[in-house]
Design a protein around this ligand. Structure first.
Ligand code: ASP
Length: 344
């Protein structure tokens, strides 16, 4: 039980490189327990915060992340919400942007910081980036102004930057600066001081936290490339049980104009499938009708995703399909920013 006179932070350790160690026999990195991880940053004791932890059992590489772990994570936050001032989630970087995105939708009326972090090098390695990432995250999760958390939203803290979680993508597998937020500014930068960009941070609404635990996985991603064949397109659009498809388009939402392609999409839409147009670019927005190569998509009922990332689109679709049944309402909400995930 946290000491209520001190700021209290709950660390939820899911796994990931930050706590991994090299297995002597196989040479691969495997997750290790929290005490091992914690022992590498005794300096955390210098914060006047109460830091408690909960670990996933088993710890996972984030490539094994899935909706049932997301529900587990959301339930841990729900159960401990009133007890702590903020939450730090230690998570592998590979799918961190998906987890941050989905948590942002699952945690409605979030008024406390949920900071996801991890590292590119394990904590036990001398040059690890995990130490700074972890320390910055704790400080940000505990930061308040006039007794109100400064960053009451789901964020990712990596390499001295804090991003809105549902705006990020992992873009580099070896640089310490592993994440980009191509369409939204950093919420904070950590140098000698942690400087917050308050105008970019969501305001608290002081309403009661509502945790949505239903996610529907009946979605697919159709990434376009020059030369994509009817077989590939139709295989995805006709996959059994699919309710929505993220169409990853070129540039500002453009796609081939071949009759067969438009026909396939139209058939899918006529069969009740939602097609959500998201750009393959890491910056910029879908603008249906800007070029003639997107005009037809608009005419047949493809829904524009503005500047949403693919990660946030996956999360938002799973959340909306899990919580709403009316298709028109889902389409309306897809085009409405719910947690700052897109700019219209
Ligand atoms: N494979 C690891 C994971 O995502 C990579 C990392 O932690 O950065 O769990």
């Amino acid at each position: 039980m946290p000491n209520r006179f001190k700021k209290s932070i709950l660390v939820i350790y899911t796994g990931g490189t930050i706590g991994m160690m090299k297995d002597k026999r196989s040479g691969t990195l495997l997750p290790f327990n929290f005490d091992h991880l914690y022992k590498h940053i005794p300096i955390l004791e210098n914060f006047d915060y109460q830091i408690n932890h909960i670990s996933f059992d088993p710890l996972i590489d984030s490539s094994d992340m899935n909706p049932s772990f997301w529900v587990e994570l959301a339930c841990i936050i729900e159960k401990n919400y009133e007890l702590y001032d903020g939450f730090v989630v230690l998570h592998g970087s590979d799918t961190m942007a998906y987890t941050a995105s989905v948590l942002s939708f699952m945690l409605e009326n979030l008024n406390k910081p949920v900071v996801l972090t991890g590292s590119q090098l394990p904590m036990g390695v001398v040059r690890t980036d995990g130490r700074d990432n972890f320390i910055n995250s704790i400080e940000i999760a505990a930061a308040t102004e006039d007794d109100t958390p400064i960053v009451p939203e789901v964020s990712i803290c990596f390499e001295n930057k804090l991003y809105r979680g549902n705006r990020t993508s992992k873009h580099n597998a070896e640089h310490f600066e592993a994440f980009v937020s191509g369409n939204y500014p950093a919420l904070a930068k950590a140098g000698v001081y942690i400087r917050y960009k308050k105008t970019a941070i969501l305001n608290p609404n002081f309403k009661k936290l509502k945790v949505h635990k239903k996610l529907d996985q009946s979605i697919a991603i159709l990434k376009l490339y020059p030369g994509i064949s009817p077989q590939v397109v139709n295989a995805i659009l006709s996959a059994e049980g699919i309710k929505a498809v993220i169409l990853e388009t070129f540039g500002s939402g453009n796609a081939p104009t071949n009759a067969w392609f438009i026909e396939s999409l139209k058939n899918a839409i006529d069969n009740g499938i939602i097609i959500f147009n998201v750009t393959q670019c890491k910056g910029g927005s879908v603008e249906i009708g800007k070029y003639s190569t997107s005009m037809k998509l608009g005419e047949i009922g493809v829904i524009g995703g503005y500047d949403i990332t693919t990660e946030a689109a996956v999360a938002k679709l799973m959340f909306l399909l899990g919580n709403y049944t009316d298709k028109n309402q889902i389409i309306k909400l897809l085009q409405t920013p719910l947690r700052g995930e897109m700019t219209i």
